[in-house]
Design a protein around this ligand. Structure first.
Ligand code: UN1
Length: 530
């Protein structure tokens, strides 16, 4: 069972100091590459087509995780704010449902075009607010925008199916209809792409949305809402409330008028969401943790594998559910592989996301830093061999941020904590195995099943791995990370529930199927065959 409960955590990372919010939302600093000196934004909620403060005007601070500076204020939304947003989404639903799907999709297309024109600005907001290094931030904006573009096209493909009938003169078919108000609850580690991949299909399917972003990254989330506003989306179709999970999140999930919940975040919170939705008979999808293995066999292209492991394990400082966190090496090449890997780990440059020289971001906040350092201490105490890293970084002016050295432990047993639990940080566990059979067995010896990867030149072995691995996604000769708009994303076992996101599956989730029976015999009724 995952102990990590960081993603989607509801409390803002700052002290929780409250202040009266101003009304405007400023835009990002145009000064390239320089950390901002002043507040970049005062974020507001967006309810029924209007930007507004939280009920009592209270705000929370949003920090730059690379230096602890306050860069924005966000509304401390209340239960009443969430109720108002749900009410607004409910009111807008019947008109939105009756709007043809391709017309609905055109708003998403317009939002895509606006987001494309603002790409660099959005990437910079992400780099400052979430700490993601600029190249990755640009990649994530592209990925999110691809999802907007993909789902805009789906408006034209909102098909049901036809079927033959067992009765002469009868015609059977299915139509898809939107379910109703959708609650979208998203994490901070993919603050653009994940909201895109939930909101766009919900809107095209004809649902109206109440969106609660992670409290760490409300600024970028508000800019996504702004893209839809600028696209002319009718009032009430997309509503946005920032606030604590215990208040706003809880109200969205339990309110009787929210019919569907789409959640990405930690296992701890996800399981509660799943449970509550089960009791309330709501449709729910939860995308949660991972402990993704990368198997490297003796015939692999080791240089390609080194490159994949560096990206998979240390990209976004390991703060992705698809991160490569277990490296399973065939013993015969283990030393040779590590000799190639460690110099590349040394070349990683931790630093502020906004600095183009940085290649690894900070952790999101102090508590996440403590969790990761705790896992490192545990690995040491369980006798895992530290090969590199293992410390908080306090040099080079990074002491005010939440940086941890990229860390590799060798000789991790399958029963050790580092093999079993999601760390959500730049910590890689190396396990040595005798052969591919042992590798495949080890790969499956965890409760998670999100992503996986194998490096081999042998097609038969790769195919055996594809068959055997207990995961929703498998990569051959590429790292465990990533996904593409047009193919399903998600996991099995304790990594998720409620089916796949993205692709066609992602839009079908927000619909109900209706089966239609038409008798066109004109009354020459045959008795039912059963
Ligand atoms: C990716 O690997 O590009 O929260 C996407 C996460 C996943 C998204 C990963 N839901 O890390």
């Amino acid at each position: 069972m995952a102990t990590a409960a960081r993603r989607g955590k509801s409390s803002p990372r700052a002290s929780g100091k409250k202040s009266k919010s101003a009304r405007s939302v400023a835009t990002a600093s145009k000064e390239n590459n320089r950390p901002p000196q002043a507040l970049l934004a005062i974020v507001q909620n967006y309810i029924d087509g209007r930007w507004r403060d939280a009920e009592f005007g209270e705000t929370t601070d949003v920090e730059d995780p690379s230096n602890g500076r306050i860069i924005a204020k966000a509304p401390a939304g209340t239960v009443r704010d969430a109720k108002a947003a749900i009410e607004s989404a409910k009111k807008a639903f019947s008109t939105w449902k009756a709007t043809p799907p391709m017309v609905r999709a055109r708003y998403v297309l317009k939002a895509f075009q606006i987001a494309e024109s603002r790409k660099e600005e959005l990437a910079r907001i992400m780099a400052i607010e979430g700490g993601k290094v600029l190249s990755d931030a640009r990649g994530e904006i592209t990925k999110g925008n691809n999802l907007l573009e993909f789902y805009a096209g789906e408006g034209f493909r909102f098909y049901g199916e036809t079927a033959p009938s067992e009765l002469a003169g009868n015609f059977l078919y299915t139509i898809r209809q939107p379910i109703g108000v959708v609650g979208v609850v998203t994490p901070w580690n993919f603050p653009w792409a994940i909201p895109c991949w939930k909101i766009a299909p919900a809107l095209v399917a004809g649902c109206t949305v109440v969106f609660k972003p992670a409290s760490f990254t409300p600024y970028l989330a508000a800019e996504l809402v702004r893209c839809f506003e600028s696209a002319g989306l009718p009032a009430g179709v997309l509503n946005f409330v920032v606030g604590a999970g215990s208040k706003v999140g809880n109200e969205i999930i339990t309110h009787k008028d929210v019919k569907v919940v789409s959640f990405t975040g930690s296992c701890g919170v996800g399981r509660k969401v799943e449970e509550m939705c089960g009791i309330l008979n709501k449709k729910v999808t939860c995308e949660m943790g991972g402990k993704n293995p990368c198997v490297i066999l003796s015939d692999a292209d080791l240089d390609a594998a080194v490159c994949g492991v560096i990206r998979g394990a240390f990209g976004n400082a390991g703060q992705r559910c698809t991160a490569t966190s277990r490296l399973i090496l065939e013993e015969s090449i283990a030393d040779k592989f590590l000799e190639k890997l460690l110099p590349e780990v040394k070349k990683i440059v931790p630093g502020p996301g906004i600095d183009p020289a940085s290649t690894m971001s900070p952790l999101i906040d102090k508590s996440q830093l403590d969790v990761v350092l705790g896992y490192i201490a545990k690995a040491r105490s369980e006798g895992n061999k530290l090969l590199i890293g293992g410390n908080r970084i306090i040099r080079d002016g990074l002491d005010k941020g939440y940086f941890v050295e990229p860390t590799v432990f060798d000789h991790v047993r399958t029963t050790d904590t580092l093999f079993q639990e999601e760390v959500f940080g730049p910590v890689l566990a190396v396990t040595r195995v005798k052969n591919s059979d042992e590798a495949f067995r080890a790969a499956n010896q965890v409760v998670f099943g999100l992503s996986s990867s194998i490096y081999t030149r042998d097609l038969n072995t790769a195919m055996r791995f594809i068959d055997a691995i207990e995961a929703g996604m498998v990569h051959v000769n590429s790292p465990t990370i990533g996904g593409e708009a047009q193919v399903p994303f998600g996991g099995i076992k304790e990594s998720g529930c409620g089916g796949r996101e993205m692709a066609k599956d992602g839009i079908q989730f927000f619909t109900e199927l209706k089966t239609v029976f038409i008798d066109y015999t004109g009354g020459a009724r045959m008795s039912n065959i059963y």
